[in-house]
Ligand binder design. Structure first.
Ligand code: PHB
Length: 403
């Protein structure tokens, strides 16, 4: 039985004497079957933002995870019970409390999810103490995997998705850049990697600013960037509404008209918000590991199934991490024949390889981070939608943040 949690049957409280013999027998058989399935089901506790300003992260991650289990249910052998908990965004104490409850009360085998870096940092010590594997499905500060030997990441790191666009800029006539990054782990990683790769390629950083991670007002930062007269602005903000606001300001304040290009990690042009950005997004260059128009049979099947299952919504990189994270958990379950103890699970995932909708991926046995292709993309209008159209790639690219 697959994805059993959603189908588990609750015992009825109806007095037994009202039941006919046949019904009692059927009930007993069902209970036996359910108990047997329950004994081997892997309990996965997912901690993700399902409400608040980052609610879209939880939606995409959970959608991807459930889609994997639904597809596996058709022909696979994976038996997973998902327990989903809402940590509301940047609330590390809450993430920690939820993780403790999942470990102690619900006795989960695996923790998963983690939309934002502060939540992953907060839970890492618990994973170590309890020897519970933690599968990171978004949080992207490079050092997260160093915080516990029980952490494995299936998403991306900021240095990994930043270095290619920095290299591209230095090679494509961009001589000076002003950096704008969110003022927390992933933003600091992006700023550091961009500066390193771009200056090594001959470019100059003419200034930079770190913006508040919650509800920033970009107007003064945009003015400062404009006044610095760079060839381009490099941007990292957590994906979602912040990027939409930044792009609007970039256009309204005339940076594009002044000939300043906008380059970014693909967090900016995430498919979940890309269409709402409209015309100002057209032409934006980014590097990233997933585009919903990535050309492969696996991605065609994935995007089609996602849109069919979820009301024609577009999948983004977070949904793919949820999908791949579940693939990794199911493969580990298979490899260990259901022994999900922390050390056995971690041994099973080190070096694991598979073909994701994003392309070929593997888990670096040294760092437990993902090795994957990073694509250069440009936003183009295809039909009535905006898309990140890939035009170059770096294959088997490791996180340079670990160097
Ligand atoms: C993070 O907090 O690590 C994070 C959040 C959103 C992103 C990327 C990284 O788009």
């Amino acid at each position: 039985m697959k994805a059993s949690a959603t189908r588990r049957i609750q015992p009825s409280l109806t007095p037994w004497r009202r039941w006919g013999t046949a019904r009692l027998i059927a009930m007993a058989l069902l209970t036996m079957a359910t108990t047997a399935a329950g004994a081997s089901a892997v309990k996965v506790g997912m901690i993700v933002p399902m409400s608040g300003p980052f609610a879209a992260y939880g939606k995409q991650i959970v959608n991807g995870a459930k889609l994997y289990l639904q597809q596996d249910g058709q022909d696979g052998t994976c038996d997973v019970e998902l327990l989903i908990r809402d940590d509301t965004g940047i609330a590390p104490d809450l993430s920690k409390r939820l993780a403790r409850e999942l470990i102690v009360n619900d006795k989960v085998d695996v923790l998963a999810g983690f939309g934002l870096t502060p939540s992953a940092f907060a839970v890492a010590p618990l994973a170590t103490q309890a020897r519970t594997p933690m599968v990171i499905m978004n949080a992207a500060t490079s050092s997260i995997t160093t915080k516990s030997p029980y952490i494995v990441r299936v998403s991306q790191t900021l240095p990994q998705v930043t270095a290619p666009v920095a290299e591209w800029a230095a090679r494509n006539d961009i001589q000076s850049v002003y950096t704008v990054v969110a003022d927390y782990g992933p933003g600091h990683d992006a700023e550091k990697q961009f500066t390193k790769t771009f200056t090594e390629g001959g470019g100059t950083i003419v200034g930079g600013v770190r913006t508040p991670v919650s509800s920033p007002d970009f107007s003064s930062y945009l003015q400062r960037a404009k006044d610095a007269k760079p060839d381009a602005v490099f941007l990292f903000v957590p994906s979602g509404e912040q990027g939409v606001a930044f792009l609007k300001g970039f256009k309204d304040r005339g940076l594009a008209e002044q000939g300043i290009a906008l380059i970014a990690t693909g967090d900016l042009t995430d498919e979940d918000v890309l269409d709402s950005m409209g015309q100002p997004a057209e032409g934006v260059i980014s590097s990233f590991h997933y585009s919903d128009v990535h050309d492969s049979p696996e991605n065609d099947a994935y995007t089609q199934a996602y849109r069919q299952t979820y009301n024609d919504e577009r999948p983004n990189f977070m949904s793919v991490a949820g999908y791949d994270g579940m693939h990794l958990i199911c493969q580990a379950q298979d490899k260990t024949q259901g022994d999900m103890s922390g050390d056995t699970f971690m041994d099973a995932v080190k070096g694991m390889q598979w073909t994701s909708p994003r392309g070929p991926v593997e888990i670096d046995p040294e760092t437990r981070d993902i090795i994957q292709t990073i694509y250069m993309r440009q936003v183009e209008r295809v039909g009535d939608e905006l898309h990140n159209v890939e035009f170059d790639k770096k294959e088997r690219f490791r996180d340079p943040g670990k160097e």
